[in-house]
Design a protein. Structure first.
Length: 446
């Protein structure tokens, strides 16, 4: 790579629309070589594990290098269609000692499967595909609303998100049914006897024949992504709405569980279907909601605990899949305030990920992996290099980078938009005194 490289944001495709002036952020493309990214996880080292919906987990290291061999490939087991597929990944807190990790996928019979694998004992860069142990399986009545996220809580237990089973409006009323695992957050103990144990304190555990002992909380429609604040242990749940409202639920650390988040009785704070519902006081309502005049499908993220952007400390970062807006949510006195950090209108943000240092990454359902970085405006004079000739009046776009030789006919009427980078080097001649301005991304260490 040449010495002079500026990373450009593709302004023509990604208009930045920030209402947050303390730090100017954007998505910086790391790679467009993935497929249908649905989850991003780290194993407490400098790698990111990228989950592709088709059933493949790939590894990318700091420096944007993708490991040649997938970490795991279970495409033969996965039903990849619509919202189904390989949906979640979590590494055991002691992964570097025991090698265990856990996945959530929809199998060929349309069942949710939560399974444990371990890394290979002869090659730590890949999984042992023969090590699969199925922990939990349950049927999905429809093809959507599968949830699918996995996270270890600060208590060491594995939490699992499950959607209401699909169709529209929860026709089977799964969200309020304590005998089914659908429409819930589940909590299991993977450190005891196989396949798993029921943690002491699970709020609805009553033994065989009654409630589903695994339930931690209920009343959820499609908790696609949830996360724990790595600093204080709070659980943040982004629940995808039906027709009108998207919601964010907050369960503080130390909760005893048993919270009912209201679906299908309520969509956000609003009555949806009041049949067989309890008194309003029985439900826990979201700390924040937004209507479909603002977006259409929430993608949950993380409370920012990295070091690169101090003004974001303690804010919950999330996005909307439909409009590409990335938001921060904070508490101001007694009120929760959401602000738009920036917008990438071309992005279809399907998931967030944290690096080992707490910096944030974004996955796109179209296979692009981004890091959230800061924008600076730089000016460049004298020489540039691009690959398009002749360099005449107009706009020049590239899916990756622009480079090569040429001369500009009228510098003031030429704009260059590169998806990833513009290489600066000898050969590109412009009139004396010409100045080009570019949006450049400054990214923190992973």
């Amino acid at each position: 790579m040449k010495t002079f490289i500026f990373t450009f944001i593709c302004l023509a495709f990604f208009p930045v629309c920030s209402t947050y002036s303390q730090v100017n952020l954007s998505l910086n493309l790391l790679s467009n070589k993935f497929s249908s990214i649905v989850d991003i996880a780290n194993a407490r080292d400098n790698r990111l594990f990228i989950v592709e919906q088709s059933g493949v987990i790939k590894v990318i290291s700091a420096g944007d290098e993708i490991q040649a061999k997938p970490f795991l490939d279970i495409r033969t087991k996965v039903n990849w269609s619509g919202e189904m597929g390989l949906l979640g990944l979590a590494f055991h807190p002691n992964y570097h000692q025991n090698g265990y990790f856990y996945i959530n996928y929809i199998d060929k019979n349309q069942n949710t499967v939560v399974a444990r694998y371990r890394k290979s004992q002869t090659d730590s860069t890949v999984a042992d595909t023969t090590s699969a142990t199925t922990l939990l399986t349950f049927s999905q009545p429809y093809t959507n609303h599968n949830g699918g996220d996995l996270n270890f809580g600060p208590d060491g237990y594995l939490y699992i998100s499950s959607g209401d089973g699909g169709s529209g409006g929860d026709p089977l009323d799964m969200g309020q049914n304590k005998t089914t695992l659908l429409g819930k957050i589940l909590r299991i103990d993977v450190n005891g006897a196989l396949p798993y144990g029921i943690p002491v304190g699970n709020p609805f555990a009553d033994g065989a024949g009654g409630n589903a002992d695994e339930i931690w909380s209920l009343g959820l429609r499609n908790p696609w992504r949830f996360s724990f604040d790595r600093q204080n242990g709070d659980m943040w749940i982004a629940d995808v709405g039906q027709n009108e409202y998207e919601e964010i639920d907050l369960e503080p650390a130390g909760s005893l569980g048993g919270k009912n988040y209201g679906w299908r009785c309520y969509e956000g704070n609003h009555t949806y279907n009041s049949a067989n519902c309890l008194a309003q006081s029985a439900y826990t309502f979201p700390v924040y909601e937004y209507s479909h005049s603002e977006g259409c499908s929430i993608t949950g993220g993380f409370v920012y605990r990295g070091n690169a952007f101090p003004p974001l400390q303690g804010r919950y970062i999330y996005a909307d899949f439909c409009n590409g807006k990335v938001y921060s949510l904070k508490k101001d006195g007694v009120n929760w305030v959401s602000e738009v950090l920036f917008q990438d209108a071309a992005a279809r943000i399907s998931t967030f990920g944290e690096s080992v240092n707490g910096e944030l990454f974004v996955g796109d359902i179209n296979g692009k992996l981004y890091q959230i970085c800061e924008l600076n405006t730089l000016a460049s004079a004298s020489s540039l290099t691009i690959n398009n000739q002749p360099i005449s009046t107009g706009e020049y776009h590239s899916g990756n980078k622009i480079s090569s030789i040429g001369s500009v006919v009228n510098p003031s009427l030429v704009n260059f938009f590169a998806f990833k980078s513009v290489e600066l080097g000898p050969g590109f001649k412009v009139d004396n005194g010409a100045v080009f301005r570019a949006k450049t991304s400054v990214c923190a260490k992973w």
